[in-house]
Design a protein around this ligand. Structure first.
Ligand code: NAP
Length: 292
């Protein structure tokens, strides 16, 4: 057990509820590996307590915190500065306290991009189909467009959300954009994509038998199918994609890389990626048992 003193630097995560977060295990192992006198704690902060909790970060001497559901958008108005990427994405998942000022960043999109590149996929000029239009989708789709993806087809249950996202992306990129209802996503659109990404929670524990809304018969060898879900490690979508000969990627890499970037923002040191990945993998099974 780590010794906590008045000099220990505090980080953590604000969310509500917070039953299943793997971030404390991931960050505390990383601090330990680098011999840093830091601690990372989970704080279940209800929406009405968000403003005082954020205000207290500076007074209590926090180095910073991660922000998760449901606060990623609402927290922005309580910060002194927001990084350009986070502002365009419209969400903050990392706060850094710098000389008493609260600065907001978004590391979700870059975390996804790094995990994609680690898997050997360069999005430049490629075609992607993205399922969903929620918060994680915004971060992923915007970052892919900054990375030069050629075409993005956004397929969502709420088409209006996907249209808003496409409009926001078109303001600053030349990515070819298409929007459709999930039900209208054709076999041709699926078949011609190089990359397919599920950003919906369909298939996440405990609903592990549910298949993300995609006609998997249209998938084929040569495509990369990603699921942002990391619990379970292999969703029904990834299993079906594997059967069709596709390469697959789960959400562990995104989780680790977004955490690594937050870690570096707080400590100004390179994150020990493999320590963080192992901590996550060691705890995915445990968290699965905890969630009712
Ligand atoms: P969110 O903001 O609630 O967005 C969820 C999206 O999925 C919305 O577009 C929603 O549509 C859609 N959706 C939900 N249920 C659906 C269904 N049955 N059929 C079709 N569409 C459905 O959530 P989020 O924060 O973006 O998170 C989405 C997923 O990404 C979660 O599984 C989360 O665990 C994962 N994630 C992973 C990482 C990582 O580090 N690996 C990071 C962030 C998120 P409506 O708008 O119509 O409701």
């Amino acid at each position: 057990m780590k010794e906590i003193t008045s000099k220990t630097l505090i980080t953590g995560i604000f969310g509500y509820p917070l039953s299943h977060t793997l971030s404390p295990a991931m960050h505390n192992k990383a601090f330990e590996a680098l011999g840093l006198d830091y601690v990372y704690l989970p704080f279940p902060v209800s929406p009405e307590n968000l403003p005082p909790a954020v205000k207290a970060l500076s007074a209590l001497g926090f180095k910073g915190v991660n922000i998760t559901i449901p606060h990623k958008e609402t927290v922005m108005k309580y910060l002194d500065e927001v990084a350009k990427e986070a502002e365009l994405i419209g969400a903050v998942n990392t706060i850094v306290v710098k000389e008493g000022k609260l600065c907001g960043f978004n590391t979700d999109g870059s975390g996804f991009l790094n995990s994609l590149r680690e898997a050997g996929f360069d999005p430049k000029g490629k075609k992607a189909v993205v399922l969903g239009a929620g918060g994680a989708c915004r971060a992923v789709a915007m970052t892919l467009s900054w990375a030069g993806i050629g075409k993005l087809h956004l397929a969502a249950r709420s088409v209006a959300k996907a249209e808003n996202l496409a409009r926001d992306i078109s303001n600053f990129s030349s990515t070819w954009l298409e929007v459709s209802n999930l039900e209208d996503l054709t076999e041709q659109a699926i078949g011609e994509a190089d990359l397919i990404i599920n950003t919906t929670p369909v298939g996440m524990y405990p609903h592990v038998d549910e298949l993300a809304p995609l006609n998997t018969n249209a998938l084929h060898r040569g495509q990369l199918v990603c699921d942002l879900i990391y619990n379970p490690l292999q969703t029904t979508l990834l299993k079906e994609a594997g059967k069709q000969g596709c390469a697959t990627l789960n959400g562990i890499g995104m989780l680790v890389y977004q955490g690594a970037e937050s870690f570096s923002l707080w400590t100004e040191k390179s994150a020990p990626l493999e320590v963080m990945r192992q901590a996550v993998l060691n705890n995915v099974g445990k968290s699965r048992k905890k969630v009712p």
